[in-house]
Ligand binder design. Structure first.
Ligand code: ARG
Length: 380
């Protein structure tokens, strides 16, 4: 068992060798990572690097220790310019599942991830790391963009039931034989593909997916809209890169900021597009833009999201609190002599931006590694 785990952790099976050119890039990144004084290395740093180098020369990659991996995951979070929740980077729970060798193993670990992350509503930041990319480029992939996502079904007239963002992955699931109920909030199955195998889909157990029904603190009619959202945002399609090693399957989560749901997922015109319905129920003057009916509807929707999560005991944060925490993080990092690479477009909230401190600050974004990177959707 231990022997098997060790060999899969070096990379998923494969024998074809890329040009040594690629090996040099891996070695250069390994050197930067392993010689960095922050990286926890067993014993002497130089001998650790020499061992990794020898392994890279022979196989194109190297097996990171559990401590190196855990530290690398935290750094990838700390370095990720688009995340406003980075104050908590040290609290990340790292689950090392490089030993998972079957689609069933990967699925079971993802269910375990959701339970650990949900933690009865007291959400915890968690990352589950599966085997790295093999020297031949082979990779474990989770097809879903997040562990929990709602299906989007295209009607014959072109309109969509559910989340229009997920029409593509929904069609991919259906092509594999999955059948959803056709409702607006159907949780998609998890689709997992191991190298050399056909993709497989698995229905998530309902008790592993915490969902919050949306109600409004004052308007009783709001509950009648039948809205809900899942509590855990767990990104499952990004590539984690640590010290030259690529982990194409490494789902991770924090917790939601209210606006992600209230000002984007449920409000964007190319998502659930709910502002017209809410504006009408509020009796607003929707015949003219300058009545600010969209703004008023947006605020009530966001109040409902925050209120409902609190009422359900599911952790969530508002945009005022999270941006204040982000500034605390920046200042703390600066005291340690580190810059905070920041993508301003992603850090400034979509709701009432100028009322938050980040709107008024200047930001630079010099990419740093380890990091999380976008990769091509595996189902395309
Ligand atoms: N914006 C995405 C969503 O609405 C989630 C992105 C990650 N968010 C987070 N709070 N960790 O599903």
């Amino acid at each position: 068992m231990a022997e098997k785990a060790a060999s899969t952790a070096r990379g998923v099976a494969g024998s074809a060798r890329p040009a040594p050119e690629a090996y040099r890039a891996v070695a250069a990144e390994a050197e930067r990572f392993l010689l960095d004084g922050e990286t926890p290395v067993d014993g002497d740093r130089r001998s650790r690097l020499a061992a990794a180098r020898a392994e890279i020369d022979a196989t194109g990659g190297y097996l990171q220790t559990a401590a190196e991996l855990a530290h690398g995951c935290k750094l990838a979070w700390r370095n990720h310019a688009r995340c406003v929740g980075r104050l908590h980077w040290k609290a990340l729970r790292v689950v090392d599942r490089r030993d998972a060798v079957s689609a069933e193993d990967v699925f079971a670990a993802c269910v375990e991830h959701l339970r650990l992350a949900t933690n009865g509503g007291r959400l915890q930041p968690v990352i589950t790391v599966f085997a790295p990319r093999g020297a031949d480029g082979s990779a474990i992939r989770i097809w879903n963009p997040q562990l929990v996502r709602y299906a989007g079904y295209t009607r014959t007239d072109g309109s969509v039931v559910g989340d229009p963002l997920h029409v593509g992955i929904t069609a991919a699931a259906q092509a594999l034989g999955w059948r959803g109920s056709g409702g607006p909030f159907d949780v998609l199955p998890l689709i997992v593909r191991l190298p050399g195998e056909a993709p497989r889909w698995f229905e998530l157990p309902a008790d592993a997916v915490l969902e919050v029904e949306l109600v409004h603190p004052e308007f009783t009619w709001f509950a009648g809209l039948g809205l809900r959202w899942h509590a855990v945002p767990a990104i499952s399609d990004m590539l984690l890169e640590i010290g030259g090693v690529e982990y194409p399957a490494a789902p991770f989560n924090g917790w939601y900021v209210g606006y992600e749901i209230g000002a984007r997922n449920l409000a964007d015109t190319d998502r659930y597009d709910l502002l017209p319905r809410i504006g009408a129920r509020l009796g607003l003057d929707m015949s003219r833009e300058d009545s600010l009916w969209k703004d008023l509807a947006l605020v009530e929707l966001n109040r409902a999201v925050l209120h409902s999560f609190h009422r359900a005991g599911a952790h969530i944060v508002d945009h005022h609190t999270v941006t204040r925490q982000f500034v605390t993080h920046e200042e703390r990092e600066l005291r340690r002599g580190r810059a905070t690479p920041t993508d301003r477009d992603w850090i400034v909230p979509p709701l009432s931006p100028s009322t938050t401190p980040v709107f008024h600050r200047g930001y630079t974004n010099t990419p740093v590694r380890p990091n999380f990177h976008r990769q091509e959707p595996a189902w395309k």
